[in-house]
Write a protein that binds this ligand. Structure first.
Ligand SMILES: NC(=O)c1ccc[n+]([C@@H]2O[C@H](COP(=O)([O-])OP(=O)(O)OC[C@H]3O[C@@H](n4cnc5c(N)ncnc54)[C@H](O)[C@@H]3O)[C@@H](O)[C@H]2O)c1
Ligand SMILES: [Fe+2]
Length: 431
């Protein structure tokens, strides 16, 4: 299946690369760098290799880091069977909530140590994988996990190996060196990154996503699409710093936008699930090379202060952020429109770019993403949320220069979507 997929990727890329717009923008620079140290096994039943992978590395007792929803869905069964049949002991730490706080990391370290474990298997979405990666790092590094937030302390030691097994097609955490942990004292989502934190092996098995509920399929799928779109238009990408990432990100846009509706509407459809998962993993390889943008900068405070699911927050904000960014790089957005299957023939770059926004908005509507106003954000909190978004590093890598007022306006636009004129919140005028 994978070989077939690779051939089809190459075919589609050739088609995409033939277009004048894209040829002009994917530039190879002498000094571009590309980093992905995780071994990836992709395909049907890849998760059943967990035991073999641990045995190859001589591990004796592993800690499975997951959440209660994964346990309830029965997703651990085959993985546990694979671990025990290879003569390896295991314990389950299933206390990871969505938007995991640093207290979960502290608890995880304690459970790992007190049970004499030597390795980790992370099974779940971004929350379980991120918690697991940071638990591993904090078993050997000093201090509080939040001190390692972007620009803070640097990890000096590598933790015990982490084998990642994603069950959502979203964050790409299975292959990234990043983890997002909530600092519950500040309601701040810390972005913690280090090459030492990259998982050792990712077992990417689309079978585990067949039962993913539609709403989570939609939100996590659009999170992955957001990674690809934001990374393809990030400042570094525009400078030509990431030609390899460009190719991965654009192909991720194509795979996800062409298959997410089917994965959402007919979850048991393996082929659609497989393509969305492939898109999510390759976006996970692509985006860390160049960073993200304002959708993530705005999504993080919504998660930190209001526990808005990460994918939902991104899906709500992405069309508004794209519209705001269009004038910074219309050509790149035109590429995205084309990768999303839009006909851009004969259009100016700006007209073609606008088609990308419409295509994303349509995907958000078709997959019934909730609107921002359903989260009942307090009027007095918008300024705090916009301040946090400005502090988030992703607003620095966004292609268009962004001010505090711009971020406030973006929240305002998104929050007023679908609200009658008289009920609209005038937060845009508050500064
Ligand atoms: N590390 C990174 O590079 C990176 C990138 C983006 C986002 N993130 C972070 O990842 C987190 C979000 O992760 P997520 O969107 O994958 O969601 P999640 O891990 O929070 O999971 C959401 C819910 O889905 C359920 N679930 C997951 N898989 C399931 C399945 N197959 N069947 C049934 N239920 C299932 C879980 O039980 C959970 O209740 C956020 O904290 C976000 O900030 C990390
Ligand atoms: Fe994300």
């Amino acid at each position: 299946m994978l070989a077939k997929e690779i051939i089809s990727i190459n075919g589609n890329l050739k088609k995409l690369l033939k277009t004048k717009l894209i040829k002009e923008r994917i530039i190879m620079l002498e000094n571009s760098q590309f980093l992905c140290s995780t071994k990836i096994v992709f395909g049907k039943d890849a998760s059943l290799q967990a035991g073999e992978v641990l045995a190859e590395r001589n591990y004796k007792k592993t800690m499975i880091v997951t959440d209660k929803g994964i346990v309830k869905a029965g997703l651990l069964n085959g993985i546990i069977e694979s671990i025990t049949s290879n003569g390896i002991e295991y314990i389950i730490f299933d206390e990871v909530p969505p938007n995991p706080p640093s207290a979960t990391v502290v608890k995880g370290i304690e459970v790992f140590r007190s049970n004499g474990c030597d390795s980790f298997v992370a099974v779940g979405g971004g929350s379980a994988m991120d918690a697991c990666k940071t638990i591993s790092m904090m078993t050997v590094n000093e201090g509080d996990i939040n001190e390692y937030d972007n620009g803070g302390k640097t990890f000096t030691k590598k933790g015990p190996d982490v084998i990642t097994i994603p069950t959502t097609s979203g964050t790409g955490s299975e292959v990234t060196q990043w983890a997002v942990i909530t600092d519950e004292r500040k309601n701040w989502k810390s972005s913690i990154g280090s090459p030492l934190q990259a998982p050792a092996v990712a077992l990417v098995d689309p079978m585990l996503t067949l039962g993913l509920p539609p709403a989570i399929t939609a939100a996590t799928g659009i999170d992955a699409l957001t990674h690809a779109i934001e990374a393809y238009t990030t400042k570094a990408a525009l400078n030509g710093a990431a030609p390899i990432a460009d190719i991965l990100n654009l192909e991720a846009v194509r795979l996800i936008s062409a298959n997410l509706r089917e994965a959402y509407a007919r979850g048991e459809n393996y082929e659609a699930r497989e393509k969305v998962m492939l898109g999510s993993t390759i976006a996970g390889i692509g985006f860390p090379q160049v960073g993200l943008g304002n959708a993530h900068a705005l999504a993080h405070p919504l998660g930190g202060h209001y526990d808005v699911p990460h994918g939902v927050a991104n899906a709500i904000l992405l069309p508004y952020v794209m519209k705001f960014n269009l004038i910074a790089c219309p050509g790149r957005f035109a590429d995205i429109a084309l990768a999303m299957g839009e006909n851009i023939e004969g259009l100016s770059p700006m007209e073609a770019a606008e088609k990308a926004v419409v295509a994303v908005q349509k995907l958000v509507e078709d997959t019934n993403i909730p609107t921002l106003n359903t989260f009942n954000i307090k009027d007095s909190d918008w300024s705090i949320l916009a301040e946090d978004a400005l502090k988030d590093k992703n607003s620095e890598t966004n292609p268009r220069q962004t001010s505090y007022q711009d971020l406030l306006n973006l929240f305002h636009e998104a929050n007023n979507a679908g609200v009658s004129e008289e009920k609209k919140n005038p937060i845009a005028q508050t500064v």
